[in-house]
Design a protein. Structure first.
Length: 135
């Protein structure tokens, strides 16, 4: 019921009726606070003035996997180009570390913001509520 505590806990502010709906949703599907924040951040939890909707599209989830595959393809191609180049081994090693570090960071962020929220919805069966107001 405390708005400031809710904002601290979930990372966003909203009206009292919506706070109640989100807490009921969390209890009903056994979501953690981190999962609620992840759903909100990814755009799967649409919050309006007096209700909450779960908005998720299977098409966007599939597109996200293709984007991740493309990112990995570009990253590993770049890695192989550096590996087969004719530069000093130390420079090549530094370039490889930078490429792999950047690629690892991108994959982590991509998973956290695009793929994990979908997994949370499907695991909890909350995906069945897509498009319906949760009032």
């Amino acid at each position: 019921d405390n708005g400031r505590m809710f904002a601290h806990r979930f990372g966003f502010e909203t009206t009292q009726p919506v706070r109640q709906i989100i807490l009921e949703l969390q209890k009903r599907f056994d979501f953690s606070d981190r999962e609620i924040r992840s759903l909100k951040r990814a755009g799967y939890l649409r919050i309006e003035r007096d209700n909450v909707r779960i908005e998720a599209s299977r098409v966007w989830h599939i597109v996200s996997w293709f984007q991740l595959a493309f990112l990995l393809l570009i990253g590993f191609t770049t890695f192989l180009c550096v590996e087969t180049s004719h530069v000093l081994p130390l420079k090549r090693f530094v370039a490889e570390i930078v490429i792999l570090g950047g690629l690892t960071g991108c994959v982590y962020l991509f998973h956290r913001f695009f793929l994990e929220p979908w997994r949370v919805l499907t695991r909890s069966r909350a995906i069945e509520l897509v498009g319906r107001p949760l009032t």
